[in-house]
Design a protein around this ligand. Structure first.
Ligand SMILES: *Cc1c(COP(=O)(O)O)cnc(C)c1O
Length: 401
């Protein structure tokens, strides 16, 4: 890694999100190329990193978009994603969101319950439209990941079980306002084992065959996202092996494969840069207090997630430290027992693999302004989101004082 963190900090201030767009492109292409020879759409999961410039960069490479709110659909359209590559998922779509999705003529709406199907049908009828839909099937597979990000078991709120899906497809086929063209599953996030994906694929491919047999023409086979990345020493799934497993499971089906990677594309392409404020030695623990906090990057607090943390251009004998932010919560930490050299105020720490579920999960807790975001591209750097100001932060309250 040869990113000029120090000069970026001088130029843009800290805390700062930095995204390497060349890496972003390489990650996208590694997956797209793995599916070579098959009809495929890589629908980037906007929620992982929704910066408009990130989406625009991926759209320019031909990426589609997987959206979980109408706001994300709007972002995708604004950033130039082809509407026929945009899909809309999520368990709780509201009427106005469904209506706008239908009017926007995106590829399909991904249904997550029978009640939602009836709602979509009703709204499509009012608009005198035929809604293209897909149904999210819950294959009851243990994805072997963190329980907060496992979504493919019956205990999960996501999707519908196989028999229900079948009934819904038959209903949809017979409705003049529903057009079932896709089938979908997503068993979890940060998946590092291929086997659960292979199993889920086989189950959903069987269902697809039985739907074909009763004349329900499924054209899009959507395997969801969830491809894991390396945060520390995880062994991740090889994209070629992934694509081959899916090819195998869908043999003879003649479908367009869709996948919805978020983390895989952006996580390792992003860095969170933060500045040391103080060192503090308690009787038992060394603390390094930095200017970034849980409101900027909540993954360590929320999931106990590991992120590699390194000092920038500082050497010396390393000892374990807890890296913490200024927020008034004991859960406000980036790492515990991190081996770091002695640090002085204004030294920099870089937190790796921060490109996914970093900025998008940030908040204004403790009235902290959201960080700026910067893109690196072909040796150049540019702002892609300005640092939020206090005035912007209070704007929606001020007039009511
Ligand atoms: C969150 C989500 C994704 C993206 O997950 P990653 O682990 O970031 O790849 C894809 N599809 C659906 C339906 C999701 O909810």
């Amino acid at each position: 890694m040869n990113i000029a963190f120090k000069s970026l900090a001088n130029k843009y201030g800290t805390p700062l999100y930095i995204y390497d767009f060349d890496s972003l492109q390489a990650r996208y292409l590694s997956l797209k190329e793995a599916f070579e020879g098959q009809k495929s759409i890589i629908a980037y999961a906007i929620k992982a990193n929704s910066n408009l410039s990130v989406i625009k960069r991926l759209a320019s490479l031909g990426a589609g978009a997987d959206c979980v709110s109408i706001g994300e659909v709007r972002r995708a359209l604004k950033a130039g994603v082809d509407r026929y590559k945009i899909i809309f998922s999520g368990v709780g779509k509201q009427d106005h969101e469904i209506q706008e999705a239908l009017e926007s003529e995106i590829l399909f709406i991904n249904l997550e319950s029978e009640a939602e199907m009836k709602r979509v049908e009703f709204i499509a009828k009012q608009l005198d439209k035929e809604a293209r839909i897909s149904i999210r099937v819950n294959p009851n597979i243990d994805a072997k990941t963190h329980p907060y990000i496992a979504t493919g078991l019956h205990e999960s709120k996501f999707g519908v079980e196989i028999d229900m899906a079948k009934r819904m497809y038959i209903y949809a086929k017979n409705s003049p306002h529903l057009n079932p063209i896709g089938i979908h599953f997503h068993i979890g996030s940060q998946l590092t084992q291929l086997e659960p994906i292979r199993e889920a694929c086989a189950i959903v491919a069987d269902l697809t065959r039985s739907l074909r047999a009763i004349d329900i023409d499924i054209k899009f086979f959507d395997i969801g996202g969830g491809l894991g990345v390396q945060y520390s020493d995880e062994i991740t799934i090889d994209p070629k092996a992934y694509a081959n497993a899916i090819k195998e499971a869908t043999k003879g089906l003649d479908v367009t494969i869709m996948c919805e990677p978020g983390r895989y594309i952006v996580a390792n392409s992003g860095y969170f840069l933060t500045k040391v404020l103080y060192e503090k030695q308690n009787p038992t623990h060394r603390f390094v207090i930095v200017d970034g906090a849980m409101n900027d990057l909540i993954r360590p607090s929320l999931y106990g997630a590991y992120h590699k943390i390194e000092a920038v251009e500082v050497v010396g004998e390393e000892s374990p430290a807890n890296v913490v932010g200024p927020v008034c919560e004991s859960g406000d930490f980036f790492g515990k027992g991190v081996y770091l050299p002695p640090l002085a105020p204004n030294d920099l720490l870089v937190i790796h693999s921060a490109g996914a579920y970093g900025f998008t999960m940030s908040s204004n807790y403790n009235t902290r302004n959201k960080s700026a975001e910067v893109a690196l591209e072909e040796g150049k750097d540019r702002v892609i989101r300005a640092r939020e100001s206090f005035e912007e932060l209070i704007r929606l309250e001020e007039e009511y004082l």
